[in-house]
Structure formats: C-alpha cells, structure tokens
Write a protein that binds this ligand. Structure first.
Ligand SMILES: [Zn+2]
Length: 79
C-alpha cells in the first residue's frame, strides 16, 4: 500500500488512473490510445477487442457500396 507513484513522475495523478474494463490494467486515461473511450479502455486494442470495432473506425467508415456503383461503367462504347 506504499505509494507506487514516486517523485519525478510528473503528470501522473491518481485522479487520472483508470482500470481497463477489458484487461484490468491500471492506466492513465490521458495516455490511452483509445480514441473515444479513454476512460474505459487502456488502448484502442482493448476497445476494439471488447467492442469488435472502434468508434473512430465507425466515424471514418465509408459506405462500401459507393465504390461498386461508380465502377459499373459499360466497357463497350459502340458509336
Ligand atoms: Zn486494456
């Protein structure tokens, strides 16, 4: 129960320490690589592993059908 966080570790604040709901790791949520759920997961890997996707991926997701529609041009141009 001794202080695990010694002097010199500036920026480390117990108020910012969260426990990852997936792997149980304690982490500083400000350093989490999870884009949208820093307060919940230690990294985007845990976010993706738990959800099956990342919210960031959803936000940047492109509609899959758009490319196929544009590609459907007729190859024969008979004039
Ligand atoms: Zn984790």
């Amino acid at each position: 129960m001794s202080g695990a966080i010694g002097p010199g570790s500036e920026g480390m604040n117990l108020e910012h320490i969260k426990t990852c709901v997936r792997c149980g790791l304690r982490y500083d949520w400000r350093r989490s690589s999870s884009a949208s759920l820093k307060m919940t997961y230690c990294s985007h890997l845990c976010e993706a592993g738990d959800l099956g996707f990342t919210l960031e991926a959803l936000l940047h997701a492109q509609p899959p059908a758009a490319e196929e529609v544009e590609a459907s041009e007729p190859e024969t141009a008979a004039i």
